[in-house]
Design a binder for this molecule. Structure first.
Ligand SMILES: Cc1cc2nc3c(=O)[nH]c(=O)nc-3n(C[C@H](O)[C@H](O)[C@H](O)COP(=O)(O)OP(=O)(O)OC[C@H]3O[C@@H](n4cnc5c(N)ncnc54)[C@H](O)[C@@H]3O)c2cc1C
Length: 334
């Protein structure tokens, strides 16, 4: 949890304050954000930086990290600056999602899931300078060729000053909801993902301590989408360019080369998940042992195939792997 909010509800930079007196402490909060900077990182990655009056209230884990923290963004409907949501403001009640669904489609905007790529707390004004407001980065994948969608299109056109509503964890609540990365005492990691998981894997890699070893395998549309990711850990980062190949083909090939089944051990067949009807989401709460922890996310059918390989063919302990379908080919998911 970040501690930048004072007991009386003011923020450390003394800037605009959220009116917290009448605001109950709840796990989730709606944040009205404004785009403060835009950076086209590569042809398919566009980073939007956001500021907002109560962004100091945005939560993180006890170490101030966001790892793979997911948030919901509400993309404004065409012709509207922000979704018109009088019932989704400040601290959110548990039924906020039903409240959002109850708003007329033309006014509620479109909800999508994204990862916090970075969260920077405010820097208070001092003799050295005027200080800086808190900021939050999201890296949007621009999947505009072929199956485009409202979030990718909004991000592609976004300019400083544009506004967005975001639902994320509240720093005043003890636990930070939305982080799945839970390696426990594992000393080796395998981080696997397509471009939608790159922001999460990059944020995780930046926090890993030096004694952790392993591999990160990332498949992106083209070699021009390779990013510089730094890590203090002994983790080899492998970038794979998809080019004209099928989605996930390269990822699969590399994971199979890295993690080889033992000659005489076979695991259980994992129960089937219909990725067209259900979200593939298997995340162990706590990982046992000091061995390998795997975190795998991306297009659901690719992740399902990797799950079968790692669980059945390799015999990996399911308590040591997080499998997450981040999107499904041909479907819009909120
Ligand atoms: C926990 C979590 C974290 C995520 N973090 C990020 C993140 O940090 N950055 C990010 O860019 N995405 C992230 N995603 C994925 C993102 O939510 C989806 O890609 C989402 O569908 C984008 O919404 P849209 O409105 O652009 O497209 P939609 O309206 O949802 O979909 C329209 C069409 O586009 C297709 N489509 C969706 N995404 C892609 C894609 N990446 N490539 C090709 N086709 C696609 C769909 O299959 C559909 O046919 C995350 C998802 C989850 C669940």
């Amino acid at each position: 949890m970040n501690n930048a909010v004072m007991e009386n509800g003011t923020t450390v930079d003394g800037g605009a304050k959220a009116d917290l007196a009448a605001d109950p402490v709840m796990p989730m909060r709606a944040f009205e954000l404004r785009v403060s900077a835009v950076a086209q990182l590569t042809p398919h990655f566009r980073r939007l930086t956001f500021q907002g009056t109560d962004l100091e209230l945005f939560g993180s884990n006890v170490d101030g990290q966001t790892l793979d923290l997911r948030v919901k963004v509400m993309i404004p409907s065409p012709g509207h600056a922000l979704p018109e949501l009088s019932n989704i403001r400040g601290s959110l009640q548990e039924d906020w999602y039903q409240g959002w669904l109850a708003v007329d489609e033309s006014r509620r905007g479109v909800m999508r899931t994204y990862t916090v790529r970075a969260l920077r707390p405010s820097v208070p004004a001092s003799a050295d300078g005027p200080g800086d407001p808190a900021e939050l980065d999201i890296d949007f994948v621009l999947h505009l060729d072929g199956g485009s969608g409202p979030a990718a299109e909004w991000a592609a056109a976004a300019r400083p000053g544009d506004t967005l509503m975001l639902v994320g964890p509240c720093a005043r609540w003890g636990d930070c909801l939305g982080i799945e990365y839970a390696p426990g005492e594992a000393e080796r990691v395998l981080l696997v993902g397509d471009e939608t998981a790159v922001p999460a894997i990059a944020a995780i890699l930046e926090t890993l301590p030096p004694h952790i070893s392993g591999h990160a395998v990332l498949e992106v549309p083209s070699a021009e989408d390779f990013l510089d990711i730094s890590t203090p850990a002994n983790v080899e980062v492998r970038w794979l360019a998809r080019g004209a190949k099928d989605h996930g083909e390269e990822l699969s090939r590399h994971v199979r080369a890295l993690v080889v089944p033992a000659a005489c051990e076979v695991g259980e067949e994992p129960e089937d998940v219909d990725v067209d009807a259900t979200i593939l989401w298997e995340t162990p709460a706590a990982t046992a042992g000091h061995g390998l922890y795997a975190w795998i996310a991306g297009e659901a059918a690719t992740i399902k195939a990797l799950r079968r390989y790692l669980v059945r063919d390799v015999g990996m302990d399911r308590n040591s792997v997080a499998f997450m379908g981040y999107w499904r080919k041909g479907q819009a998911l909120s």
